[in-house]
Design a protein. Structure first.
Length: 413
């Protein structure tokens, strides 16, 4: 099959599917992206496009997102038209609908089926906006959010079929979208993600650490409010004071993926470091930055208690990956997390806004790990049955793709 992937940040949510297709062989795979830095991959032709236009500084806020999206969409359309004119006409297009690359697909490939990835529909309530009182919104917020939704509102008419990774994400979209959307996660390679009693990690300051050490872990792409970094940091002094042998390993960059960036000098990490100040034993706090994937796995595998915090928002891969590695997880009690974690069965849930309850729960896990030893295996079992890429998610994605193409083009499992 000839497949065109479209995602500004290759490979994005198509990581596992793309890898599986290329290793199967027999497919012509082209990936259209803005990400120049992504390495060339055998069996995949990477095509880099640039937005045709970007909004000027000071552009009217209610039209800025649409202007940026149409600039990306037209740039992508020109690149796709060039591919078409060179002889590459895909049997299907798989692409993310959030940034605009898909807006003008029908103008260049009017007869090619399109399966779009619908990640999130912005809402005034029920998501990260208006959730944390420490992040007040302006009177313009509902209008700006609706303006952002102009992109998925257009793209639902571009696609033949749409994908939402979780039920919570699907439910964020208006009911008018639902008939076109199926729910299936990107998929977790549980065959590659397992507990490892021999896992170890070398830290510059202290040397080798293993599962025998008392390790608390926190992982996010960036240390920010949306992923509860401030709540974790406020809980940490009490955790380390109660457990004098415990250490905290914190994985995450200093940028901003979601929400408003910190106005503080040094960013949000520095803001929180100043807030907890001398109440924290900094010798036992290790900021590791953004780490390579093998290191992420080892960090989780040696963790005695893994903390996952998020506002109501898109579920992180790291939560499901940590569950697959049988981590004992303490997570925020919000709707998207409850879809994956059942309190007392596959993990432990606490009120997002209560660092004292978070600290208390983590201390209990560190103090008596045997009492919570059942959670990790149950978590892995749930992820294997619900989110496993090869046995659960891949067959569903292939079935949805095959339903859109002619019989002679269908992918065999």
């Amino acid at each position: 099959m000839k497949i065109l992937f479209v995602h500004q940040n290759m490979p994005g949510q198509y990581r596992e599917l793309l890898d599986w297709l290329r290793t199967q062989g027999g497919h012509e795979l082209v990936f259209l992206t803005q990400r120049r830095s992504y390495p060339e991959v055998a069996g995949v032709r990477k095509v880099v496009y640039a937005p045709h236009h970007r909004p000027a500084k000071g552009t009217y806020g209610l039209s800025k997102v649409w202007e940026e999206a149409t600039g990306a969409g037209y740039g992508a359309a020109l690149a796709i038209a060039k591919l078409r004119d060179e002889g590459f006409v895909p049997d299907i297009v798989l692409g993310h609908t959030g940034w605009g690359e898909m807006l003008f697909l029908r103008q260049v490939l009017p007869d090619v089926p399109v399966l779009g990835f619908f990640e999130y529909y912005y809402r005034e309530f029920g998501g990260p906006v208006n959730f944390d009182p420490e992040e007040p919104v302006t009177a313009a917020a509902p209008f700006l959010l609706e303006a952002r939704n102009s992109v998925p509102n257009h793209n639902i008419h571009v696609v033949d079929r749409g994908l939402a990774p979780t039920r919570w994400q699907k439910d964020c979209f208006p009911e008018a979208f639902h008939d076109k959307l199926y729910v299936c996660h990107d998929g977790i390679r549980t065959d590659h993600l397992r507990p490892d009693p021999k896992a170890a990690l070398e830290l510059t300051r202290i040397g080798r650490i293993t599962r025998d050490d008392e390790i608390v872990t926190y992982v996010a792409r960036n240390m920010e409010r949306t992923r509860g970094f401030h709540i974790f940091m406020r809980a940490l002094p009490e955790i380390l004071a109660a457990r004098p042998d415990a250490r905290a390993l914190i994985v995450g960059g200093s940028g901003t993926s979601y929400g408003k960036a910190s106005d503080a000098e040094g960013g949000f990490r520095a803001e929180m470091e100043r807030e907890v100040g001398d109440r924290l034993d900094w010798d036992r706090v290790h900021f590791l930055g953004q780490v390579p994937y093998p290191d992420f796995k080892r960090i989780v595998q040696i963790s005695r208690c893994h903390v996952y915090l998020t506002m109501p928002f898109v579920l992180s891969w790291s939560l499901l990956e940590s569950m697959a590695m049988e981590a004992t997880i303490v997570a925020s009690d919000v709707a998207p997390v409850r879809e994956a974690v059942t309190h007392g069965e596959t993990g432990l849930l606490v009120d997002f806004f209560r660092p004292d309850l978070l600290a208390r729960q983590v201390i209990e896990v560190l103090s008596d790990p045997a009492a919570f030893a059942h959670l990790g295996p149950a978590a892995r079992d749930h992820v294997v049955r619900t989110y496993d890429f090869l046995d659960v998610c891949l067959p569903e994605h292939i079935a949805q793709i095959n339903a859109l193409v002619s019989a002679d083009r269908r992918i065999a499992l």
